[in-house]
Design a protein around this ligand. Sequence first.
Ligand SMILES: [Fe+2]
Ligand SMILES: [Fe+2]
Length: 316
Amino acid sequence: MENVNSFEERFQQKIDNEEKIEARDWMPEAYRKTLIRQISQHAHSEIVGMLPEGNFITRAPSLKRKLALLAKVQDEAGHGLYLYSATETLGISRDELIDQLHSGKAKYSSIFNYPTLTWSDIGAIGWLVDGAAIMNQVALCRTSYGPYARAMVRICKEESFHQRQGYDILLTMCNGTAEQKEMVQDSVNRWWWPSLMMFGPSDSDSPHSAQSLKWKVKRLSNDELRQRFVDMTVPQAEILGITLPDPLLKYNESRGHYDFGEIDWEEFRQVVSGNGPCNKERLQARVKAHEEGNWVREAASAYAEKMKSKSLASVA
Ligand SMILES: [Fe+2]
Ligand SMILES: [Fe+2]
C-alpha cells in the first residue's frame, strides 16, 4: 500500500516536470485549499471589478467609447464565470463561493474599492489596473493547475484589449485640451499607488509565497511582478506626457530597473480589511444583484425539474 509521502513525491515530481495537475489527480489538501482561495479571489475580483466601470457606461463620451467599455465590462463577467467554474473543479460549489463573497469572508482585489470619479478614470483603470492584472495573469498561464492555466490563456487575450482601450482613452485626452490633460494627470495620481498594491504584500511580508512558488501556483513573486509592471509602465507614461506621482521613481543603471518609492502599506491593510472608500458600497451592490436575480434561478430550476419529470414520464 502506498503512503501519502509517495503520493506527495509524485505530485511534486509532476510539477517539477512542468506537467499540469488536473481535477481528478491526487493533490495535497493544502494545495487544493490554496487554489480555492486564489482562484475564487480572482473570480470575485473580476465580478466586483465590473462595478466601478459599469458606473460609466451611460456616460461614455461617444458611441465608439461606449461600445468598447460595454464589451470590456462583459468580458470581465466572462472571466468571472470561467474562474468560478475552474474553482468548482476543486470540489466547492458556486453557492458556497458566492456566499463567501457576500458574507465578507472571501477577499477580492483591493483596487476595486476605490471610486471612479471622472471619465479619465476609465482610461487609467484600463491602462494601469488591467495592465497590472495582465502582468500577473500572463505568468499564471503557466500555473500548475490545468483548469486555471487554460482559463488564463483566453483571459489574457481579452485583458490586452482592455489595456489598449484604456491607454487609447488617455492618449486621446492627453492630445486634447489642457483641462483634459489635467484630468488624466489627476486620475493617474489617484490610481498609480493602488495599482502597485495589486501585486500584494512585499515578498518579505508574504507568508504563503515560498510554498506557492514551489507548487508553481505562482510563477513569479509579488515584488518581481511589481517591478516588471513599473518597468513596463514608465515609458508609456512618458509617451502620454504625464508624471507618475512618485518622486523616487528613477532608472537604476546598475540594476537595469526603475527604483520606486515605498507603498503605503497601512492604506493597503485598511482597504483589504474592509475600510476602503467603497468596500461597503461594492458588497451591497453584489448582494442586491444576487437577490434581484433570485427569480431567474428559481425559474431555471423549476424548468429543469419540469423537463426531468417529462423525460422520466416518457421513459416509463
Ligand atoms: Fe478580467
Ligand atoms: Fe480586464
